[in-house]
Design a protein around this ligand. Sequence first.
Ligand code: NAP
Length: 379
Amino acid sequence: MKLDQQQTFFMTGSTGFLGQYILRDLLAEGQRVVAMLRPPVAESGGRLRAQMQAMGSPVERFLENRQLLLVEGMLPNHLPEIAWDRTDAVVNCAASLQLFSDAAGDPYRTNVAGMKAVLDWTDAHRIHRLHAVSTAYTCGWNSGLIREQFHTTEPRFQTDYEKSKWQAESLMADWASRPGRTVTLYRPSFLIGDSETGYTCQFAGFYQFARLVSVLKKQYFDPNNGAKTYIPLRIPGRPEDRQNIVPVDFASRMIAAIVLRPELHGRIYHLTNPEGPTNNMMKRCYEDYFGLHGGYFADPSEVIGKCSQAESLLWDQYHLLTPRVVHTPEFDTTHTREAMQAADIQFPELTPERVYMLFDFAAARDWGRHANGKTTSNR
Ligand SMILES: NC(=O)c1ccc[n+]([C@@H]2O[C@H](COP(=O)([O-])OP(=O)(O)OC[C@H]3O[C@@H](n4cnc5c(N)ncnc54)[C@H](OP(=O)(O)O)[C@@H]3O)[C@@H](O)[C@H]2O)c1
């Protein structure tokens, strides 16, 4: 879809994993983007160019024809003066993905104080439309069907990150309740690489676990026993539970499509996997890909904190994400399905071949350890 009228979006977070894809998709739709980058903009602009080149969407021509403008700014205290002609909407994709509070005050400083600063800036410039990326896990420990609505009662949270994102959502709900303002909120679950190319610049969660499996394989591999390695190993979780992993390009295509369709604004969208791979399917993928066998599912309470040496290598280092093994909420996707239909977007099914392609990409970059990517825990 190409719109007749070009709009201008003020965007934060375009150097991020999801942000670079949203930027790519908005530019491909002919839209103008004013991207706020952290100071010094010479460094962050260089980083953005290199990343966009690496994911296959160089931005030089958009910079040359001024469809993409780079401006300096940082949350929460340094948003730019407007030196361009108009801004139709704000796309806020910047966030701190720090799971627990650090000395700098993140994730609250960027996600909550930063959100407040974005809302104040938006008001000060009389901009009435905001698109913001949150997370499906602002539901905290809530279970049952999680609706595409604000969670008005504060849930219990697993991490400071989730809590900070819930607080940011509360600020947005307040802002949107005032006349003439529209917030459209996107809640992805766990993002993984590009479903077509395997590209990722974020190597947490899904990739961190695959890397640990590869380490385990190396440690226990004995050439005298052939290519397959057997280690009796308990896997905390239920075989038929589904993993809520979502290719980054699906999330960005959905966001760009909704941003450009005013009739879809003012709602919350769960950008989650309609039928994620089961733990059992992922186990088979790990077995086939790494040649590591012998794992069997067990009750998480029996495993976590009571591990054998081989199990410790996986689960001790993976402990930040193990709550997600026991908590697998079901996300309502009524709005998302309507938007998928309106924009003719299908969810890219995670077949084993696709999973192997994602592994291949990350393995070629040593699971992010030597790439210019981020290895911190995400979501
Ligand atoms: N990744 C996931 O699995 C996942 C899942 C669910 C929801 N989300 C949400 O999706 C959004 C994008 O996440 P992501 O994965 O793209 O994160 P990311 O790769 O860590 O990128 C974060 C972006 O925010 C910018 N940023 C961070 N702190 C900032 C500050 N104080 N001021 C200005 N900019 C700042 C970063 O700039 P620098 O490059 O300069 O650091 C970067 O552009 C976030 O809202 C996140 O909560 C992500």
